[in-house]
Design a protein around this ligand. Structure first.
Ligand SMILES: [Zn+2]
Length: 131
């Protein structure tokens, strides 16, 4: 059971922040191109409030066009919170180490590969629909 070193955690944290920034760019362009003045105003407001709890703010907007991004941003924010509280890298279901190789591919992963497979089978009906 190899625990993550602080250098590894830092690298993953940086990756999470980059992913989050990329998703936010997607959200911005979706909202800007939506032609909806309320959404366009929202972008300006969020820019002013800074980065904290972006997913919550976006969820309040209730814009289905950015649902996927909001879900992913939320997962990333939760992963960042787990890094802060020291629970990052452990499977939320069984508590085993998720493993660096899996985290490098998917730094926001919540479960080890075994639990994730079970979860997807159990929740396949709720899988995101194709866009
Ligand atoms: Zn597990």
């Amino acid at each position: 059971m190899a625990k993550l070193t602080s250098a590894q955690t830092d690298a993953l944290k940086q990756q999470l922040n980059q992913q989050r920034a990329g998703l936010w760019e997607e959200v911005r362009s979706e909202l800007e191109n939506s032609g909806n003045q309320h959404f366009r105003d929202f972008i300006g407001d969020v820019a002013d409030t800074g980065d904290n709890a972006l997913a919550e703010t976006l969820a309040d907007l209730n814009a289905t066009i950015v649902d996927r991004q909001v879900h992913e941003i939320r997962a990333i924010e939760e992963a960042l919170a787990r890094i802060e509280d020291g629970s990052y890298g452990a499977c939320s279901d069984c508590g085993a180490d998720i493993g660096l190789s899996r985290l490098e591919v998917q730094p926001a992963a919540l479960r080890c590969i075994g639990c994730q497979t079970v979860h997807e089978k159990t929740h396949s009906a709720a899988a995101p629909s194709a866009r």
